[in-house]
Design a protein around this ligand. Structure first.
Ligand code: PGH
Ligand code: CA
Ligand code: ZN
Length: 292
């Protein structure tokens, strides 16, 4: 089973995602990074997700994305998150293990599950900026040792994706051979793919047509995401495509209706375009729809 995990920053994004998931009768993971929590504030995020849970019957999880330290993970666990990610990928193997273990102990004793990360993605992720040459693929033997020693519930691996709108300079290329080896060694550990936005060309085009400047953006094609799911990826993280959808819709209104200044005038189409984007992913790419 493959789940989409969608990054949230504000009310419209949350509503768009849960509306889409509800229409597709699909479980969904909403995830907030530490910078999203700083932006939206944790109490607001929590209450908005409570509101979504009251409105719909589908399973909705709230997950911390790229938790940078124990304290942030603890704060989210104490605030009712269903799961947390501790991202110790910037540390040495042993330091990553120590930190992840500490989070796992705290989380598991409170019924919360933990995603950890091994290997480095290129690109920008929150405050961390990993240059291309530093990008390090996950070592399958290390992955097995890491999961055994930390007791983490799922593992994010690096097989060539990166965060943001510029994932590949030439052809899109993922190291499915590494994924296969990791699955061989860890058949029961759910594997997470970060940096998995398609960077939907139509959305980039709308942004650029209406005054944006995002040239040469490139993501992971839908067929590759499909292949990743066939080869055992369980969670696919999507942020960039939602940002593009929101920006595309708002730019269009600003360009076509310069006299408009009621935020609802541009936030309504923004919410709608995010919803269509999420529906497309759930239905056509991830296949988590249970629609009758
Ligand atoms: C992601 C999102 N969040 O943790 O990995 O990646 O930039 O490809 O949407 P994208
Ligand atoms: Ca990382
Ligand atoms: Zn990520």
């Amino acid at each position: 089973m493959l789940f989409g995990a969608f990054n949230v920053n504000n009310m419209e994004i949350i509503q768009a995602i849960v509306d889409a998931a509800n229409e597709e009768n699909s479980p969904v993971i909403l995830q907030a990074s530490s910078s999203a929590i700083k932006y939206a504030r944790i109490g607001y995020l929590r209450k908005m997700i409570e509101a979504a849970l009251e409105e719909y019957d589908i399973p909705i999880a709230l997950h911390l994305d790229h938790g940078p330290d124990f304290e942030t993970c603890k704060m989210c666990i104490d605030n009712g998150f269903s799961s947390v990610m501790i991202d110790g990928s910037k540390y040495s193997f042993e330091e990553n293990i120590d930190l992840t273990k500490k989070v796992v102990e705290y989380a598991h004793s409170r019924g919360v599950v933990v995603e950890a990360e091994l290997g480095k993605l290129a690109g920008i992720e929150d405050d961390v900026n990993v240059s291309d040459s530093d990008a390090m693929y996950t070592n399958p033997d290390e992955a097995k040792e890491f999961v055994n020693r930390t007791g983490c519930d799922s593992l994010a691996i690096a097989i060539g994706t990166s965060h943001g709108a510029y994932k590949f300079k030439g052809e899109a290329k993922l190291r499915f051979d590494i994924l296969e080896k990791v699955k061989e060694k860890l058949p029961n550990t759910p594997i997470v793919l970060h940096g998995a936005s398609t960077v939907i060309p139509e959305l980039v085009e709308i942004c650029n047509k209406y005054g944006g400047n995002i040239p040469g953006a490139k993501g992971v094609p839908d067929e590759m995401l499909h292949e990743a799911s066939l080869r055992g990826v369980s969670k696919i993280n999507v942020d960039t495509d939602l940002r593009l959808a929101m920006t595309a819709a708002i730019r269009k209104v600003f360009a076509e209706e310069p006299e408009a200044f009621d935020p609802r005038k541009y936030m309504t189409p923004a919410r709608e375009l995010i919803k269509q984007t999420v529906k497309h992913k759930i239905k056509d790419v991830f296949g988590s729809s249970n629609k009758a």
